[in-house]
Design a protein around this ligand. Structure first.
Ligand code: SAH
Length: 249
């Protein structure tokens, strides 16, 4: 009899931003496979479990992903309660579908426990609503990162059209992202907000305009960062925080 796998969203990092359900399952787990974005403090909930760092960053090669899929299936064949712990929400930019497909193929039972995704933690920290009457009626979660063989500019049109857009994994490619958005017709004066370590005590944010976005590519950010785009962030620009802050990381 194979065990059951729980795909659990760890939330953005802080140990008290996982759901109660997720925490309880961690406390009962036999084995926990966790990602690079999962903070060490969270693993304090599962000291009884075998904890396996699958050391995955978002730009993971597909062969490594296949290896993780296999590890999950193997773990479920050996243990009753297997946890796959992923940063944020497991169903957003976390390669969850590939893992679920592998579990389906192996006939292994699973359940998903949602988590607070980075965009929501960043909004809470920034104190700016993703939606706002008369300003923003829709929100897009997107990434500029595309897989092999995909059109590298596919993401641009919906981001330009969105009232508020949140770009995951886009800060390191800030220069390319800025060029693509300008080419796609987004005004250079569009307000942006970069948030690093959202949801953690060391969170930092930098308001800037699309025209200034390329400078962010040179920032040596220590933690994960997310790019928020839209009119709702215009008030932040007036706060006049120096863009150079990003270089102190
Ligand atoms: N499943 C995760 C996203 C994984 S993709 C979620 O729902 O949040 C990894 C990207 O998420 C990072 O490159 C970064 O853009 C963003 N991210 C994850 N955690 C973050 C955090 N604490 N602060 C800012 N961005 C974060």
């Amino acid at each position: 009899m194979a065990g059951k796998v729980y795909l659990i969203g760890a939330g953005p990092g802080a140990a008290d931003l996982i759901t109660v359900r997720g925490m309880r399952l961690l406390q009962q787990a036999d084995v926990v496979l966790f990602d690079a974005l999962v903070q060490p403090e969270m693993l304090g909930y599962c000291t009884q479990a075998e904890r396996v760092d699958v050391g995955k960053r978002c730009n993971l090669a597909s062969t490594q992903q296949r290896f993780i899929n296999k590890m999950l299936v193997d773990a479920a064949n050996k243990h009753a309660l297997v946890v796959r712990l992923k940063g944020g929400d497991p169903m957003l930019f976390g390669r969850a579908q590939e893992e679920l497909n592998a579990l389906d193929e192996a006939g292994i039972e699973y359940e998903i426990v949602p988590g607070v995704t980075a965009a929501l933690a960043a909004s809470a920290g920034a104190g700016v609503s993703l939606t706002s009457r008369g300003v923003a009626r829709n929100v897009l979660f997107a990434t500029a990162r595309v897989g092999q063989g995909e059109d590298p500019t596919d993401w641009v049109r919906p981001v330009v059209a969105a009232d508020t857009a949140v770009l995951y994994m886009g800060v390191k490619q800030a220069a390319e992202v800025a060029a693509a958005l300008l080419a796609g017709g987004m005004p250079a004066s569009t307000p942006l907000l970069i948030v690093e370590n959202a949801g953690l005590p060391n969170a930092r944010e930098w308001p800037l305009t699309l025209a200034d976005l390329p400078v962010a590519a040179n920032w040596q950010l220590a933690g994960p960062a997310i790019l928020m785009i839209g009119e709702v962030y215009r008030a932040k620009l007036a706060l006049d925080k120096p863009i150079a802050m990003g270089r102190q990381a």
